[in-house]
Design a protein. Structure first.
Length: 397
């Protein structure tokens, strides 16, 4: 199916026949609802006296749409955090509260008491017991990516010249990484294969009664261990067929490469609001939206929670960051995610820079949904991608 964009009120849209057929089928929802501030210069209306009532009704629809393994991520700040948590507990139940991430904001200097330089992303599950584990590839973690990539590339280059020099360099690089970060997990990755790839030789014993294991298919005969059993014949055969077995003193180990290393996700994320602004600047759309979320933040949330291709729903689509995140992940990770966006055709505030930018682009009465589609189309054009979404304009009045 193509990606879908709906123009109209999100509550009414989520009650249409199209969404009725999606009930209990959506694995991932991200929303960045209005924060209910008093800022009058935003390109959209961010003040709503019935904020709690409106969000409550929309979260009820989100709950119905989520699969048993699904979850929703909601961006928010201090202004309505307590109300959001209250509503979330009411709809999803407290047992299905997954937690919250803290994201960094630009430094400010006009606070009377505390400079608030953070926001939140709250997460609820449809059924936390069935929610798959959250984890992230370390190469996709902004705090770890660059130093790990540097180690991998350095060892590859060195191994081509001298394998022994590569092992010496690997030990020095690991020692430096541990000293700089305090993270000792990387010490497991002390081996190098014939292609210069760093790997961890993972033990293949399991708790259980010691016993002999014979795998005639690969002529492997393993004597009983002293206190543990061996992994199953099927697992070891599978590893052998995938070229994932290595041997030390005749004992098999599983090969796990450094570039595949994963980690649990931390509650504090190194993403800044200005990164979202820079995403627009790169496309020549500076000022199109006031507070666009960083593309990398949305990619992080998708990657840590969705480990197979799925449908991504954003019913406060705003600037269209979620669409760009899906395109980039599909390209980078060879995934086939699809997105569904909903955005109301709200007029852009004439006091906002976005109004003039849209007028310059030929929009006489510019609306937020038009700005969103302009952003998506600009991204697709820059990256030589075809338009692969359908737009449905709904009469929600």
């Amino acid at each position: 199916m193509n990606n879908k964009i709906f123009i109209g009120d999100n509550l009414t849209t989520m009650k249409t026949p199209y969404f009725n057929q999606l009930k209990s089928k959506i694995d991932f929802i991200y929303i960045d609802p209005p924060y209910n501030t008093t800022n009058s210069k935003f390109s959209y209306n961010d003040k709503n006296d019935k904020w709690s009532d409106d969000i409550y009704e929309r979260l009820k629809c989100a709950y119905e749409l989520l699969s048993d393994e699904g979850c929703i991520f909601i961006s928010i700040d201090d202004n309505e955090l307590s109300n959001l948590l209250y509503l979330g507990y009411k709809i999803f139940k407290k047992d299905n509260y997954v937690g919250l991430f803290i994201t960094k904001q630009a430094q400010r200097s006009n606070a009377k008491h505390i400079n608030t330089i953070h926001e939140y992303v709250v997460c609820f599950a449809k059924n936390k017991k069935k929610l798959p584990k959250f984890y992230i590839n370390r190469l996709e973690n902004p705090t770890e990516s660059e130093p790990i990539k540097a180690i991998i590339n350095k060892i590859k280059r060195t191994y081509k010249i001298s394998p022994q020099a590569a092992y010496d360099e690997l030990k020095k690089s690991i020692d430096k990484y541990v000293k700089d970060t305090g993270a000792t997990w990387i010490r497991n990755y002390s081996n190098i294969d014939e292609n210069g790839e760093i790997f961890f030789a993972k033990d293949l014993s399991t708790p259980g009664k010691p016993s002999r294991l014979d795998i005639e298919e690969i002529n492997l005969h393993l004597e009983p261990l002293k206190t543990r059993g061996w992994s199953s014949k099927e697992k070891i055969l599978s590893l052998y067929n995938e070229n994932r077995l290595c041997f030390k003193n005749g004992r098999p180990y599983c090969i796990e490469y450094l570039y595949e290393a994963t980690d649990n996700v931390s509650s504090i994320l190194d993403f800044y609001s200005r990164q979202g602004t820079n995403d627009l600047k790169k496309m020549g759309l500076d000022g199109l939206f006031d507070t666009p979320k960083p593309v990398e933040l949305i990619k992080f949330l998708i990657r840590c929670s969705q480990h197979k291709s799925t449908t991504i729903l954003d019913f406060y689509a705003g600037s269209g960051t979620t669409a760009q995140a899906v395109y980039e992940i599909n390209e980078e990770d060879k995934m086939e995610h699809k997105y569904i966006l909903i955005q109301i055709d709200e007029k852009i505030n004439e006091k906002n820079d976005a109004y003039n930018l849209m007028k310059e682009r030929g929009y006489n009465n510019p609306t937020v949904d038009q700005a969103m589609i302009l952003r998506i189309n600009t991204f697709l054009e820059i990256n030589n991608k075809k338009i692969d979404y359908d737009v449905e304009v709904l009469n929600n009045e």
